[in-house]
Ligand binder design. Sequence first.
Ligand code: ADP
Ligand code: ZN
Ligand code: ZN
Length: 745
Amino acid sequence: METQHKQVDPIILSVALPTPLRKTFDYLLPEATIYASLAEARELLTGARVQVSFARQTLIGFIVNVSHTSHFDIKKIKNISQLIDQQPLIPADLLKLCQRAANYYCHPLGEALSTATPALLRQGEPSILQPINSWKIVADTDIKSTLKRAPKQLDLYLRLQERQHWSPELLYSESITPTQLRSLIGKKLVIQQQKLPKPQRSNPLLAQQHHQLTDEQSVAVESINHSDYCAYLLYGITGSGKTEVYLQAIEETLSKHQQVLILVPEIGLTPQTIQRFQARFNRTVVAVHSNLNDKERCEAWLMAAQGIADIVIGTRSAIFTPARNLGLIIVDEEHDQSFKQQDGFRYNARDLAVMRAQQLNIPLILGSATPSMESFNNAQQQRYKLLPLTQRAGSALTPSMEVLDVCRQPLQDGLSPPLITAIQREIEQGNQVLVFLNRRGFAPSLLCHDCGWIAQCPRCDSRLTVHQSPQHLHCHHCDYQRSHIHQCPKCNSREVKCLGQGTERCEQALTTLFPKTDIIRVDRDSTRRKNSMKNILDNINKGDPCILVGTQMLAKGHHFADVTLVVILDADSSLFTADFRAPERFGQLLLQVSGRAGRAQKPGRVIIQSHLSNHPYLQNLLQGNYSNFLAMLEPERKLTQLPPYGNLALIRSESKRPENAAGLLNQLREHLNQSCAHNPQVNLLGPLPAPLEKRNDRYRFQLQINTDNRQLRHHIAALSIQFLDGSVLARRVRWSIDIDPQDMN
Ligand code: ADP
Ligand code: ZN
Ligand code: ZN
């Protein structure tokens, strides 16, 4: 009797499915008998993919729990349609990270797991590594005469000759595309091979000698190399050699045959960045960047999972890369906003990095010249260990900073006469100049000079930006576009004028002023096409005198050896945004841009144009001491109990009918008032209209939750979700919850 009972013990699988429902779903595994025990079934099944039918659809989900029992009537539980993996695809530690993340950000686990997996694997493709291309260089002692008539191919061959074998990552880091190799392959000077990727461990670890560390760098590296879990805040001014600290910590980790995960901001993952990590080590680097197709993304993920990739470098979502033996996590430019996902699963990869390092008991480096107030506070509270680098490495000096008061000065397209003279002088001396203006397009508004009419987006509460190449009007909030307007629709006047400056206008003005100099514009529009950013950077790094005009895409992480003058055209506009983080961001951006000046032998100078030259923030920043700047911002944050002194959650609603969007949050507020009105540790604000109240024809409202501690916030967030899930009105309103919001819009 007993044995018979054992035989029919069903195996119930809890499956996380990619649906917005915040729960898992139970299915039966038909072939329960093949597992010797429940423990064995758990080990082999947890993290594996299954195909199931769900509400008349076929979905692929992940098994997150295996047991003999269910809360549901077992007779009614459906069988799975197919078990896709014979072994877990998501390793246990990654599954745990996703579970903790889903819980922390109040997001459905199934969607969190989808974020963690490459598209092909989500669609059920087998998790088998395919052979990948590599290239072998054939020696030719008389190459100059072989390629006599093909100078371009000769150049390429000579560059390739430096190594015998080239991987896709190596090519990418040298800005060479596989297509460029075709002619050399045709001439049998390069052989294309297909090989299964395998660990690269035979060569000596170092491909390139490391620098002799400065004292401060040594202290940092020593400290990191002797630790279990610890979050290090590597706080080093720009050019202080943070990357060298990363490299030597990586060296130690690789020598123990462990893997390294490096996260960089969205715009920071350039071939140049990859090259710095690739060049140092004879180990496999995989880079997860936006130029990868689905297949390559999947390969990179699997190579990391199988321990073949030693170094994984990627943007935000790379925090979910599996690794067999992870030994170190690095988050470069930890203050960068792009680590926070702003829609769907609103996680912060930097904060998940802390979670992951803790879970694996390994060190974590958060590096920045301008740390976020949150991380800085964590260091002050001894939760993170502060590692300061106060001097520039090598021979470079810190740049000098000055404010140029432009009140009453004649401005030519936003440029003042002393500024033009300063630019001219640098160009004459053969240097490069960087002009920073954080606004793309030609002009931010189009205005009728006769009646004051302004071109508005018909779908948003915002103005249309004027673009010149190609000429059109564009809403940067909802992407609405239309042809240019030459005649005022209100008074028929032809006196329609562009108001204010964007990068296109600045580029045009500089071209007129400096007709013989190369003007290179870098913004989202000029870099839209594949490889255009790469070409621009290659062009800059040639070192010829030129003027770079660009948005924040130019501000971060780049190393321009020949830029001696950095000009910040319009510092004032960023001082007046409503977001409580605006001053912090302003300081970070200003110091980051300034850090592009004088990074090599030539000294650097920074000029900030402003109508508010006495503004206390500006005056403070001029001293170039970021900690002092943060100290200045602290009292207000403390007073208002905003992060890092409070715990925020933002509940957003939007609808074509404003009364629905506001109404839903009003109901929620009433509900929450009942359970926590008399709790002084909870502060509810709103519902209020969002700073951009109407976007894309929808009215937007928000309710802000601010609490003393995280547990309490979690509790209130959970209460809110429970209420919203059950609300009838919520079915007609789009709503979302954002834990630790970065963008308050
Ligand atoms: P950061 O990442 O802090 O902005 P980098 O790591 O880019 O700084 O370093 C700036 C420059 O200084 C680089 O050219 C780097 O090669 C060089 N450098 C770093 N550390 C040293 C060192 N210990 N000795 C000499 N040069 C160094
Ligand atoms: Zn008019
Ligand atoms: Zn719009």
